[in-house]
Design a protein. Sequence first.
Length: 287
Amino acid sequence: MAHAAVTASVIIPAHNEEAVIARTLEPLADAAARGALEVIVVCNACADRTAEIAGAFPGVAVLESGIPSKTHALNLGDETATSWPRIYLDADIVVSEQSITATAIALSTRRWLAARPRSEFVMTGTGPMVRAYYRARTRMSSLSRAMWGAGVYGLSEEGHRRLGRFPDVTGDDLWVDRLFAPDEKTVIAAEPVAVRVPRTISALVAISRRNVSGAREAGPVVGPDATSASGQAAVDQHDPAGVLRELLGTIRSPLTAFDAMVYIAVALSSRLGRHSRRWERDDTSRA
């Protein structure tokens, strides 16, 4: 039987993800088996059954590295992948074949250098403070347009040339987002990616602290220029003053004011706390 033409390479870095890797691969399994997607799982310093579980899916390639680095795993996946565009997917994120294909099609038009499917937050089992934070975040349009925070994004071949290799940074998605001006990247109106958020406020602060560290590494410059070709100014989602202005503009009621206060409290805690290059992983959302 003839195989379908490969539409994209999907690279999934994984570190001890035996609890979730099957859930992530199941929606892509049919496409991988029939050759419509090149799916590569890169196990980095895994001490569990991640590689064994991923390898049981027909058509899924599994690479193993002893180096505990997500960006090293991404580069290793890039060295192995043979198709364009490239989709980079976190091992705990569930995305449909339809959304991957829609993102790949958008990147193949040469209109966009970076793209991702839209996302929605899954807040089952979370506390009221966590829900307030994500309600506030959802109201901020600049964050909904960013490449980071959804656990999946893609690059065209031209976009990847601008990236080159992934540097040794805390947040690969934050780094990639800063490489492209607003009119070079897009969020696709496809089936949304379900993003499971931290269940506790302490886990949320830890993840937010990691994002702050990643933003500091990425620096303030967006793309080759701070302004897109159309003259649209790039939004720095980690500029405290800019974020505060946008956040205050979302207040319409006592509830939205409460949500904004929680968002500010988490942001302040993230910036005032101790920062390190140790990878902060949220295990509460992996249950």
